[in-house]
Design a protein around this ligand. Structure first.
Ligand code: GDP
Length: 297
């Protein structure tokens, strides 16, 4: 389960202080040390950990935690609020255009779960009342990508726009949007190419697609299991493309949670969804407060 290790360690760090009623500054210090280790072990970015621990510590010292008869409860409240803030505070919903079609560009490295997420998102927007999402196969480099998207389209009974592997991805995206306008598709989701690593050629192509179709959302998929690599990837994509949000995939397999906890403060872009499995309905809308409650048990 996601955050398993972190959950356990944070809960145990906090419960240590609650044992005998009041606590001392030394108890608090010890607890902060354990919270710090728990976060580092969860692969949270070290700068993020440093700031987080300082905030929790300052708030605990500034409040009546030391005088309180239930210090653990008060610490839990502070940690809960700070974890929520760390993951962005408020939930940021998908930005639908007032004038359809809403254009969503999906970007990410190969294997991150981009194509699967295109399907999941199409399923989500359709259930959310936005009719006939059009899936667009603009990854012309990976041989099986178009077939994969078509299979997903068939499963969900949504149309897939494709022009084969010889066409230019920018033209594919433009023509897909034109078709969506003609046919009344309310959302267009473009599956762009990935690479194994971030590279300038890829970014240039993505910038051209962005320029051509002016998407309402550029969502980056990153694989939670890659931890701090996911954070670095997010930073690179954001620097090049000014993304509008992140989808953290494979959270079901990530026991640590470092990416989910670091990405918002490093990129300042909201996590909008999390992938929780391979099936097309395994997509959760991301709520920072709910995630924090889940971590703290
Ligand atoms: P792409 O190369 O980025 O388009 O990645 P794919 O969509 O082909 O996904 C790569 C692999 O990750 C596939 O086996 C997917 O089933 C799997 N996958 C995608 N999202 C999730 C998720 O949220 N959880 C799990 N467990 N697997 C996922």
């Amino acid at each position: 389960m996601a955050f398993e290790g972190l959950s356990e360690r944070l809960q145990s760090a906090i419960s240590q202080v609650g044992k005998g009623g009041r606590i001392t500054e030394a108890d608090l210090k010890q607890m902060m040390r354990e919270i710090r280790l728990a976060l580092l072990e969860a692969d949270v970015n070290f700068k993020v950990v440093k700031t987080f621990v300082k905030r929790v510590n300052d708030r605990a010292l500034g409040s009546d935690v030391l005088e309180s008869l239930s210090p653990a409860q008060q610490v839990v409240k502070i940690v809960d609020e700070e974890l929520t803030a760390l993951m962005g505070g408020e939930h940021v919903p998908l930005n639908y255009s007032k004038q359809p079609p809403t254009i969503i560009m999906m970007v990410g490295l190969q294997g991150a779960g981009k194509t699967t997420t295109v399907g999941k998102l199409a399923n989500y927007v359709s259930n959310d009342g936005h009719k006939k999402p059009l899936l667009v196969a603009a990854d012309v480099y990976r041989p099986a990508a178009i077939d994969q998207l078509q299979t997903i389209g068939q499963q969900l009974d949504f149309e897939v726009f494709q022009l084969g592997t010889q066409a230019n991805p920018v033209d594919i995206a433009k023509q897909a949007v034109e078709q969506a306008r003609r046919n009344g598709n309310e959302v267009v989701i473009i599956d762009t190419a990935g690479r194994l690593h971030v590279n300038e050629e890829l970014m240039e192509e993505l910038r051209q697609i962005k320029q051509a179709v002016q998407p309402h959302e550029i969502l980056l998929t990153v694989d939670a299991m890659t931890g701090q690599d996911a954070v670095n990837v997010a930073q690179a994509f954001n620097d090049s493309l000014d993304i509008t949000g992140v989808v953290i995939t494979k959270l079901d397999g990530d026991t640590r949670g470092g990416a989910a906890l670091s990405i918002r403060s490093i990129t300042d872009k909201p996590i909008k969804f999390t992938g929780q499995g391979e099936k097309l309905d395994d997509l959760d809308v991301f709520y920072p407060d709910r995630m924090s409650s889940r971590i703290l048990g």
